[in-house]
Design a binder for this molecule. Structure first.
Ligand code: GDP
Length: 296
């Protein structure tokens, strides 16, 4: 299911109820059920969905609504608020400070969109008056440095990497030190995502973290990740303790419910979403705006 379809389904469920002549408890229940089904089909974690259904039910408290109240408005608001809560971690992400080096390290599986997102973020900060640069600490994948170089050149962002050094920790440290000396304000470190939840990858992430001491670690999650999102993000969180999430490929064929569940599983805010392959295809994530857009 694509994201737009999920939005349409939820909207239809709410509208079917609020447009009908009889807004009774039975109709209310079937609306909640339909919203729940749509979310589960979009890969949102089943427990989260059960919680959301319960919350909508208790916020609206149908039995106690008097005859004079605007049931439709109350129901619409409850659905909107609960969907916002689902994507809102209620925690503040790190805010880079001007005039000092802010080191941002990216983690995530190979193919999730890390390198692309690193470049998008560097450009985003450049456009906002920060001096941003990129460090390629992926020495594992042949071509990783070339890819970053190409992206960085296109985005006119300075970069650092090595064709000969095979230790990613050394490359990361050398790049960050160099750019700190040159008074860069946003130093973005791209890492390898080679193994699937394997200890080696996690050990490498921890070593890089210890070497470059990032002010923020961001995990990149592909919107199509589905039900494994929760376990995967928890595993990453345990070793790399990221403080923010970027969900990529929200323009694709996935509704992204799995990635959304990762927010709840790790209590970590989504900071941006990737909306395409181009460098400008990235939006700042704001729960209310996102849900408004989802519901059209
Ligand atoms: P990495 O292995 O994690 O560094 O992933 P890459 O940055 O190389 O991205 C893998 C593929 O996903 C590339 O073809 C990117 O162009 C593509 N990609 C990344 N972000 C997005 C996005 O937001 N939307 C779309 N449609 N494609 C994306």
């Amino acid at each position: 299911m694509v994201l737009a379809d999920l939005g349409r389904r939820i909207n239809a469920a709410v509208h079917d109820l609020t447009r009908s002549n009889v807004v009774d408890e039975k109709a209310f229940d079937s609306m909640i059920k339909e919203i729940g089904n749509a979310l589960v089909e979009a890969d949102v974690n089943v427990k989260l969905v059960a919680g959301l259904r319960k919350s909508i039910r208790s916020t609206v408290n149908f039995k106690d609504l008097g005859p004079g109240v605007n049931k439709k408005r109350i129901i619409q608001k409850a659905v909107f608020d609960e969907l916002c809560r689902l994507v809102d971690s209620h925690s503040e992400p790190y805010k880079p400070k001007k005039g000092k080096p802010n080191v941002i390290m990216f983690v995530g599986l190979q193919g999730s969109g890390k390198t692309t997102t690193c470049t998008k973020l560097a450009r985003w900060y450049n456009a906002r008056g920060f001096k941003a640069c990129l460090v390629c600490a992926d020495t594992f994948r042949a071509g990783a440095f070339d890819q970053l170089k190409q992206n960085a050149t296109k985005a006119k962002v300075p970069y650092y990497g090595s064709y000969t050094e095979t230790d990613p920790v050394k490359v990361a440290k050398a790049g960050v030190d160099k750019f700190k000396k040159e008074r860069f304000e946003i130093i973005i470190v791209d890492t390898s995502g080679r193994h699937r939840q394997e200890t080696e990858l996690f050990a490498e992430m921890v070593q890089i973290q210890e070497a470059v001491r990032p002010d923020q670690t961001i995990m990149v999650l592909d919107a199509s990740i589905g039900q494994q999102a929760e376990a995967q993000s928890k595993a990453f969180k345990e070793s790399a303790d990221f403080g923010a999430i970027v969900i990529t490929k929200t323009d694709g064929n996935a509704a992204g419910g799995g990635a959304i569940s990762a927010v709840a599983a790790t209590k970590t805010p989504i900071v941006f979403i990737g909306t395409g392959e181009h460098i400008l295809d990235m939006e700042k994530f704001e729960p209310q705006r996102y849900i408004s857009k989802l519901l059209g």
